[in-house]
Write a protein of this length. Structure first.
Length: 292
C-alpha cells in the first residue's frame, strides 16, 4: 500500500489551489502545476491570501500557515508531477481535457504513483481507461471551496483496486475531511441533486416565475439555504453548471436533466458568474447586483 508523502495537484484555479491549500495544511508536500507559470503564481498567492484570512479568524495558527506555504512548490512542467506519490487532476470539467492531461503525464509517472481526478461529474471508469493504471485511479471530489467544505466524495471506477480505495479514504480523512462513497454514475451524489436544483432555479427565472432576488431570497429564507441557487451557480461557474447538466442529460437520457436555454445563453455570452464579473449577478461594482 502506498504511503503518501508528496502530492501533485494539476490545475491552479479555484479548485486546484483550494485542494493544494488543504493538503499543505494537512502536512503533505505539494507540487502545483498549471499551463503557465503565471497561473501557478496566482494560485499560490490566492492560497496565501486565504490562509491569512483563516489566521485572522483564528481557524489556524500563523506558524501553521507559514509551514504550509513552505510545503507548496511550483511545478511549471507537467512531468514534475510524476515524481509524487499521488497526482490529483483539478482541471476544467471537460472529459477530453482531463484525459489529455493523464495521457501526457503517464510517461513520467513512478510505478507506484496513484492517480485521482477531482471531477464533479465525469465517469471515473472512462478517465481511468486513458491511463496505464486503472487499478490505481480513483475519484476524489473535493467540495468548493475546499478549505471550508468538510466533504470529499470518493468514487471508485470499475477497475479501482481495494488498496487504492483504502489509501484514498485514509488520505482524505487525514486532511480533516469526512468521506462519502459514491458509485460511478453521472455527477455522483452531490451534483446529481445540486445541479438540477440550480438548473430548475434558472428555469424558474426563465419562465418568469420570479426575479433573481425573489428566487434566491425564497430559497435562503424558505429552505434555510446559506446561499440562493442562482448565487450559488454564479459562485460555482455557470460553465461548470452547464457541463455537469450536459453530463447528466447525456449519461442518463432523461429530459428532466435538460439544461435550461437561459443557462446555455449565459454561457455563450461569457457570463459565467463571479469569475467573469457577470452572471445572474453583476459583480463589477462594490456590491453584487441582480441582472434580471
Amino acid at each position: 500500500m502506498v504511503d503518501i508523502k508528496t502530492v501533485g495537484v494539476i490545475g491552479a484555479g479555484q479548485m486546484g489551489s483550494g485542494i493544494a491549500h488543504v493538503i499543505a495544511l494537512g502536512g503533505y508536500d505539494v507540487l502545483l502545476h498549471d499551463v503557465s507559470p503565471e497561473r501557478i503564481d496566482q494560485g499560490i498567492a490566492q492560497i496565501e491570501k486565504n490562509m491569512t484570512r483563516q489566521v485572522a479568524r483564528g481557524v489556524i495558527e500563523h506558524t501553521a500557515m507559514e509551514a504550509a506555504i513552505a510545503r507548496i512548490k511550483p511545478a511549471p512542467e507537467l512531468q514534475m508531477i510524476g515524481a509524487t506519490d499521488l497526482a490529483i487532476e483539478a482541471a476544467t470539467e471537460n472529459e477530453e481535457t482531463k484525459k489529455a492531461i493523464f495521457k501526457a503525464l503517464q510517461p513520467h509517472l513512478g510505478a507506484k504513483t496513484l492517480l485521482a481526478s477531482n471531477t464533479s461529474s465525469i465517469s471515473i471508469t472512462r478517465l481511468a481507461s486513458a491511463t496505464d493504471r486503472p487499478g490505481k485511479f480513483i475519484g476524489l471530489h473535493f467540495m468548493n471551496p475546499a478549505p471550508v467544505m468538510k466533504l470529499v466524495e470518493i468514487i471508485r471506477g470499475i477497475a479501482t483496486d481495494a488498496d487504492t480505495y483504502e489509501v484514498a479514504v485514509s488520505f482524505a480523512q487525514s486532511l480533516g475531511k469526512t468521506t462519502s462513497n459514491a458509485e460511478d454514475f453521472p455527477a455522483f451524489i452531490v451534483n446529481r441533486m445540486l445541479m438540477p436544483m440550480i438548473n430548475e432555479a434558472i428555469y424558474t427565472l426563465y419562465e418568469g416565475v420570479g426575479t433573481v432576488d425573489a428566487i434566491d431570497t425564497a430559497m435562503r429564507l424558505g429552505a434555510n439555504h446559506p446561499m440562493g441557487p442562482l448565487e450559488l451557480g454564479d459562485f460555482i461557474g455557470l460553465d461548470t453548471v452547464l457541463s455537469i447538466m450536459n453530463v447528466l442529460y447525456d449519461g442518463l437520457s432523461d429530459s428532466k436533466y435538460r439544461p435550461c436555454p437561459l443557462l446555455v445563453k449565459y454561457v455563450e455570452a461569457g457570463w459565467l458568474g463571479r469569475k467573469s464579473g457577470r452572471g445572474f449577478y453583476d459583480y463589477r461594482g462594490d456590491t453584487p447586483v441582480p441582472t434580471r
